[in-house]
Design a protein around this ligand. Structure first.
Ligand SMILES: [Zn+2]
Ligand SMILES: [Zn+2]
Length: 153
C-alpha cells in the first residue's frame, strides 16, 4: 500500500507549541507499550508518522524527555500536552511521529495497526479488527514502516 503525506497543523492545549508537518494520516498506530502508557497517563498512545524533515514549529519548541536511546518525547513546557516522539539521530527522522490528539483535525487520521499489543490493557478495547504486532515483532515493524514510508527505501 502506498502512503501519501498530507500537510497538517497541530499543537498543544494552551497553544504555546504549534506545528505544521506532512504526516501519513492514513497510517496511524496504537502503541500499547508501557513507556507510552506512562508518558501519556493513558492506556495507549495513538500517533501518526511525520514525513522526514517536514515538522516545523511556529514559536516555542516542545521540551523533551529522552525516553530511550533512539528517541525523545516532546511536550509543552507550559500545559504538559504530549506532542511528539522525535528520533535522536537525523537518519532516523522518518520514524518521528506526532500524537493524534495534537492534530487540529484528528478525525482525519486513520489507524492501521496496533503495536506492542502484548501489553494492551485487558479492558481497553479499540479498533480490535486491526492487525496486532507484539514487542517480538519490533524488527518486522521497523521493516514494514521503512518499506511503507521511507522515501528512498
Ligand atoms: Zn501548551
Ligand atoms: Zn509505545
Amino acid at each position: 500500500m502506498e502512503h501519501h503525506p498530507t500537510r497538517v497543523t497541530g499543537g498543544c492545549l494552551c497553544g504555546q507549541v504549534r506545528y505544521q508537518a506532512e504526516v501519513f494520516l492514513d497510517n496511524g498506530y496504537i502503541c500499547h507499550c508501557t513507556v507510552c502508557q506512562r508518558s501519556t497517563g493513558q492506556p495507549a498512545e495513538i500517533t501518526v508518522i511525520v514525513k522526514a524533515g517536514t515538522l516545523k514549529y511556529e514559536g516555542e519548541e516542545p521540551k523533551y524527555y529522552r525516553s530511550s536511546s533512539g528517541g525523545k518525547r516532546g511536550f509543552c513546557a507550559n500545559c504538559g500536552s504530549r506532542i511528539v516522539w522525535q528520533a535522536v539521530e537525523p537518519e532516523d527522522d522518518w520514524l518521528t511521529n506526532v500524537t493524534v490528539g495534537s492534530l487540529d483535525r484528528p478525525a482525519e487520521a486513520r489507524v492501521s495497526r496496533h503495536i506492542y499489543a502484548d501489553t494492551q490493557l485487558p479492558w481497553y478495547h479499540v479498533c480490535e479488527d486491526l492487525p496486532k504486532l507484539t514487542e517480538a515483532d519490533t524488527d518486522m515493524l521497523i521493516a514494514l514502516l521503512r518499506a511503507e514510508l521511507r522515501p528512498e527505501g
